[in-house]
Design a protein around this ligand. Structure first.
Ligand code: RAM
Length: 360
């Protein structure tokens, strides 16, 4: 059977049978697929940095949540790059950040549609793995962006910044604002979100430093990247911990909802808030004194790097192995790091002085 027809059969099988069965039936290519020196490094053979960039590919983007402005901006960056490179872009995805089953079925749909590559932001690291492995077995290149799976379930992960930098700097930003003293809480997104949980681990580790001996993390709350739930969780935190001095919300939806609650309450300017937000969402809260400083990367560039990586993988310029390099258009040259991770760069800290220079 020719590769294309194996691919079609397997995709159809995956769509109509249980995935485990399809995986067994289509599992004949394991030697090629299993080699794992970076990400899944699922493609056989060596990278050819001089290979031509393929045109006419189809690249599917599957964000955690489609109606989240952060992902709208990220995916538009992806779309622009895909189209500039002469390929076709499509986006699918759930409208809730806790619809893990929905994400799995979108992966299966993209596999069935035989896209050439997909860029996925994982709601849950484990849940997507079987479906993503199935996609890779069908010759589809898989990159995760924003929120990773485990390394064997994708070819590369496009990380917004080093997780360690993000976790530690958010604690540093808040601690300075509360003079290194008092109770703090974290308002996160979904409890399963890989990116959020990685950052929270680094926050906890940062707090072990003796300079934070008077700072106490009292609770991690989850607003599920839903505006209303995040607002209510903030309200609940203040009710439960009336002495709370600060909140870190490492999610664009969470920090915006928390700022909205604080700014209309007696806690405005007293309970400090930092985390990850977009300048356009947060501008008014910086200007009205609710928020001093927060950080983020440029989501459009994250999407662009995900798209360019997906196309470089599909073109054979990289395989996802540590040490490979490629040029991502105007973003410049990137080197694949350990476990197939590619870091976009350093995040920007926004405050009253610089926020008007940014528009996203
Ligand atoms: C939300 C999502 C996303 C995260 C940003 C900071 O939009 O949770 O995964 O990276 O915030």
């Amino acid at each position: 059977m020719r590769k294309a027809s194996i691919r079609r059969t397997c995709a159809a099988l995956a769509a109509v049978t249980s995935l485990a069965l399809a995986a067994t039936a289509c599992g004949g290519t394991t030697k090629e697929d299993v080699k794992n020196e970076g990400g899944a490094a699922a493609s056989a053979g060596k990278a050819d940095p001089n290979a031509e960039t393929k045109k006419g590919l189809t690249v599917g983007f599957l964000p955690k949540q489609v109606n989240n402005p952060y992902f709208t901006t990220a995916d538009k960056g992806g779309q622009k790059a895909v189209e500039e490179l002469g390929s076709t872009y499509k986006e699918v995805g759930p409208s809730s950040a806790t619809d893990t089953a929905g994400q799995v079925s979108y992966v299966n749909t993209l596999t069935q549609q035989q896209v050439d590559a997909m860029a996925v932001s994982a709601q849950d690291p484990g849940a997507l793995c079987t479906a993503l492995k199935q996609a890779m077995k069908n010759g589809i290149k898989v990159v995760t962006y924003d929120s990773d799976t485990t390394a064997d379930c994708r070819n590369a992960f496009i990380s917004q910044a080093s997780g360690e930098d993000l976790g530690r700097t958010e604690v540093q930003l808040l601690a300075e604002q509360i003079d290194y003293k008092g109770e703090i809480a974290i308002l996160s997104a979904a409890q399963t979100a890989t990116n959020q949980n990685a950052w929270i681990e680094f926050m906890k580790d940062e707090l072990k430093d003796p300079k934070y001996k008077d700072v106490k993390l009292v609770k991690v709350a989850y607003g599920n990247d839903d505006a209303q739930q995040s607002f209510q969780q903030t309200q609940g935190l203040l009710q439960e911990y009336p002495n709370l001095k600060g909140i870190i919300s490492p999610t664009t939806v969470g920090i915006k909802a928390a700022a909205q609650y604080l700014s209309g309450s007696k806690y405005k300017g007293k309970v400090k808030l930092t985390g990850l937000g977009t300048p356009n969402d947060m501008r008014k809260y910086v200007k009205n004194g609710t928020v001093e400083a927060f950080e983020l990367w440029d989501p459009a560039k994250l999407g662009e790097l995900a798209a360019r990586t997906a196309i470089a993988l599909s073109s054979g310029q990289i395989t996802g192995k540590e040490g490979e390099t490629f040029t991502a258009g105007a973003l410049g040259e990137y080197t694949i790091g350990e476990n197939g991770v590619i870091n976009l760069g350093k995040p920007t800290v926004f405050n009253a002085e610089n926020i008007d220079r940014f528009d996203f």
